[in-house]
Design a binder for this molecule. Structure first.
Ligand code: SF4
Length: 226
């Protein structure tokens, strides 16, 4: 078990940029590999399952604990497809770390020691023009995740029409707490983020959703050299 290895794209210490825990200093553990190819993906370097380096759980924990973190974010890629996600969560819990998993919501795994399942369901702005569009939104998997974990639903919004899809997904999932539904602007850089944010603010006001910042765009690259 000690020799279990996971393909890691990167590990770094920064602040959480998005969602209900934005601003918290956190260690980010980015797992390599994702079956999707979203149009706006900003971590393309982590999509290949062979990206980065193979690391044992012990090696990962050594890097994580260097920062004595209160919060950790397991992200990707798509971390829920890793066969070792459960063990990684267990090891972090042994050190009393609050765990957020960032996922597209395409795979439900039960029994994880996860404190916040941070789910970004994909609307058509992620997969227009892509093949196998039905891979991007799996309502049954989403139902499993919101029914079994504390969650937040983060939607990337490109245009006003996207909100109709957000309502549709939230309605499918049933009994969703609107204070856990967050909208954030689709933006590749800070100028686009500033330009699009007022529209997202108005959409949140009109629909009872929550505005999520994207602080990583504001502050730019915050990953320290190891
Ligand atoms: S699910 Fe996330 S990591 Fe995968 S392609 Fe989409 S944005 Fe990128």
């Amino acid at each position: 078990m000690q020799n279990t290895e996971i393909q890691i794209s990167e590990i770094f210490y920064s602040i959480q940029g998005e969602g209900l825990l934005a601003g918290r200093a956190s260690v980010f553990i980015r797992l390599a590999g994702c079956p999707l190819r979203c149009n706006y993906c900003d971590t393309k370097y982590a999509l290949d399952a062979r990206a980065g380096t193979k690391m044992s759980i012990d090696e990962i924990m050594k890097k994580v604990m260097k920062h004595s973190p209160k919060y950790a974010v397991i992200t990707g890629g798509e971390p829920m497809i890793s066969p070792h996600i459960s063990l990684l969560c267990e090891k972090m819990k042994e050190n009393n770390i609050h765990i957020t998993i960032e996922t597209a919501g395409i795979k439900f795994v039960s029994g994880l020691a996860c404190d916040l399942m941070s789910i970004s369901p994909k609307t058509s702005n992620a997969c227009d023009g892509q093949q196998d569009k039905d891979k991007y939104l799996k309502i049954d998997q989403l139902k499993g995740l919101v029914g079994n974990y504390d969650y937040q639903l983060k939607f990337v919004i490109e245009k006003i029409e996207d909100v109709a899809e957000v309502h549709q997904i939230v309605d499918y999932l049933k009994d969703i707490d609107r204070s856990k539904v967050l909208l954030m602007p689709q933006a590749g850089d800070v100028s686009e983020y500033i330009k699009k944010s007022p529209l997202i603010v108005e959409l949140c006001k009109a629909n009872g959703f929550v505005f999520s910042p994207r602080l990583q765009l504001v502050f730019g690259e915050t990953r320290p050299a190891e």
